[in-house]
Design a protein around this ligand. Structure first.
Ligand code: ASP
Length: 401
């Protein structure tokens, strides 16, 4: 059902670009008329849609040299387990929304992916989690940002969607809402993993090295900042005034951890099409290592990192600031809706052309209501996988299988 993982981005990009160029305004009339008819009737596709699920576990600089065989095998096993959890829901005739949450919960519970248990640490040594969920059939959506005590943020996003009149809740308020719905808070220590803690220490050292003035002989050494204890109350170091024209959050420039080879970012997500032909999308993340000032990325922002409607569902991963400014998830679905582009071409144009030109790194997983799948990424790797009706999971990490 799904296209091969060896989809060559550049060839696809050419195809996508060509399709865009071949859609002159004069040809838009029939497309427009068709779309308007579809909007009026929400006409279901003629062929019964195939169903399935696609997941990602983050995109970035992922190289074979930096990923030990043991870690790779463990990550592939978790991705497979997530696919099977979602498939079990869909095979029973369950909703795409349930399949997406089931798959994401598995990834959140794994220490290998930057979400839930494996979340990265922010600048103050705290894990702050973001998540969003969207139902393509109804366009109901729920999102949470900056939560610190929620074991499975995707479940809280769902509660926001189903048990509140709102779309997005943040921080303490979101956690108070969780409690009001009977969801327990977990100790912040639950999110501690040694790998992520060491990742923060290296990011802090890199940041300090970059900021340090060149050493002049005879200059006394700079004062060391106090060590931060994991799970401790956040310490807010006094920040120097921002230099005009330079982002004060410049510590969020993409970088690679020299030990794990991981990017400073990562995320998990899922999109699914159920037997009824309904799509859903969800995304969950710890954001970017060393983030500060309450930074929130694209993952919980509907239309940026997460989006689903009746035609198209997208979950993104990458440098969130770009995905927000280019409303990546909605842009892909808008191209499907307004330009009548096949989903893979729409996704390729946005990820491999628009974002590349902008300097935004990352990728998406996407599905349309006919079961077509796209998984383009403009980084060296993206943890990803898909499963269709036959229940055979397929997992990939690098540019090849
Ligand atoms: N997009 C996420 C963020 O910016 C991180 C990621 O997907 O890697 O928070």
């Amino acid at each position: 059902m799904f296209p091969s993982f060896s989809l060559r981005p550049h060839r696809s990009l050419l195809a996508g670009t060509a399709a865009l160029l071949l859609a002159p305004l004069g040809c838009a009339t029939s497309t427009q008329a068709r779309d308007e008819a579809a909007l009026r009737t929400d006409a279901p596709p003629k062929v019964k849609p195939k169903w399935g699920l696609v997941i990602h576990g983050g995109a970035g600089v992922i190289s074979r040299e930096n990923l030990s065989p043991e870690r790779e095998a463990a990550m592939r096993a978790v991705l497979t387990q997530a696919l099977q959890a979602g498939h079990a829901v869909l095979a029973k005739g369950g909703r795409s929304l349930d399949a997406v949450t089931a798959a994401i919960r598995v990834l959140e519970d794994s220490p290998y992916f930057n979400a839930g248990k494996g979340a990265v640490f922010n600048h103050d040594g705290v894990n702050e989690l973001d998540a969003a969920l969207m139902d393509g059939k109804t366009r109901a959506a729920g999102a949470v940002a900056g939560v610190r005590h929620i074991q499975n943020p995707i479940d809280l996003a769902r509660l926001v969607m189903e048990k509140s009149p709102h779309v997005m809740m943040v921080g303490d308020g979101a956690e108070a809402f969780a409690q009001s719905q009977g969801m327990p808070l977990v100790d912040a220590k639950y999110f501690y993993t040694e790998d992520r803690w060491q990742g923060l220490q290296r990011a802090l050292e890199q940041e300090k090295a970059k900021a340090a003035p060149p050493v002049t002989p005879g200059t006394p050494p700079a004062t060391q900042p106090p060590p931060v204890t994991p799970g401790a109350a956040p310490v807010s170091p006094v920040q120097p005034p921002a230099t005009p024209g330079k982002s004060p959050a410049s510590s969020l420039e993409p970088g690679v951890d020299p030990v794990t080879g991981d990017h400073k970012f990562g995320t998990v997500g899922a999109v699914a099409l159920d037997q009824e032909g309904n799509l859903a999308a969800g995304t969950s993340t710890g954001g970017m290592t060393n983030k500060r000032f309450g930074r929130v990325g694209d993952s919980p922002i509907i239309g940026a990192g997460t989006y689903a409607d009746e035609r198209c569902a997208v979950s993104a991963t990458g440098h969130g600031e770009f995905f927000i400014r280019y409303t990546v998830a909605r842009d892909i679905c808008a191209r499907v809706e307004y330009q009548d582009l096949p989903l893979p071409e729409a996704a390729n144009v946005v990820i491999l052309d628009v974002l590349v030109k902008a300097g935004g790194e990352g990728g998406v997983i996407a599905m349309d209501r006919e079961g077509n799948v796209a998984m383009p990424f403009n980084s060296s790797g993206m943890y990803r996988g898909s499963i269709g009706e036959d229940g055979t999971p397929s997992v990939a990490i690098f540019q090849g299988p």
